[in-house]
Design a protein around this ligand. Structure first.
Ligand code: GRF
Length: 198
């Protein structure tokens, strides 16, 4: 069975969508563990589905690289086929990326390469555009620069606040992430083979 570890930082609605999808025997992937960089509320979704969790908090380490090494060790202890960052709000250190990419993906609330970074929804609103969206992409050494796997557009409405727009994006995002993981598990979406998670 194609196994995944999901990394989160917040509420975990994308994680929840993956957990619900994976509860269906016809879905090709299983979530073997969920990790976080803080005591994230979304970890409760994993617990509700009986999925083990781990937390690796950066402030407990001397520097980012050491934190990343411990996060990597925790992830690799599950020998996942794929690692999914679903609202994981930290830049991953180079050794972590080198060890896992291209079997390391992220979901981002904008149509990359437009609006990379932590404030994609705010930046899209500020730009006054009429359409933004969601991107699922491979994580590489840059910030939101890796190869795009799937994208879907979401209209920006004239009265949208950042919160409204992000909530509408997340409805689309959850479906797109579930679709992307299924596609990768079925090998309809290929990631390449620069490294393996094992
Ligand atoms: C998502 O829109 C993700 O792309 C962004 O943060 C949001 C996380 O949502 N980086 P959730 O925690 O999955 O509900």
């Amino acid at each position: 069975m194609f196994s995944i570890v999901v990394l989160i930082s917040g509420g975990g609605s994308n994680l929840r969508a993956l957990l619900e999808a994976a509860a269906d025997a016809d879905y090709a992937a299983r979530i073997v563990a969920v990790g976080a960089d803080n005591d994230a509320p979304g970890l409760e979704h994993a617990e509700a589905f009986g999925v083990p969790t781990f937390t690796v908090v950066p402030t407990a380490f001397a520097d980012r690289a050491t934190w990343g090494d411990e996060l990597l060790a925790q992830v690799q202890s599950w020998s996942p086929d794929l690692v999914v960052c679903a609202g994981f709000m930290r830049i991953l250190p180079p050794r972590f990326v080198a060890a896992l990419s291209p079997n390391l993906i992220n979901t981002h609330p904008a149509l990359l390469p437009a609006f990379p970074g932590a404030h994609a929804v705010r930046d899209a609103l500020a730009a006054g555009i009429s359409e933004t969206g969601v991107t699922v992409h491979i994580i590489d050494e840059g910030v939101d620069t890796g190869p795009v796997l799937l994208q879907r557009a979401v209209p920006v409405l004239p009265e949208d606040t950042e919160h409204d727009l992000h909530e509408r994006i997340k409805i689309v995002e959850r479906g797109l992430l579930v679709e992307a993981v299924a596609g990768i598990a079925h090998q309809g979406i290929t990631l390449g083979s620069r490294a393996s998670t094992a």
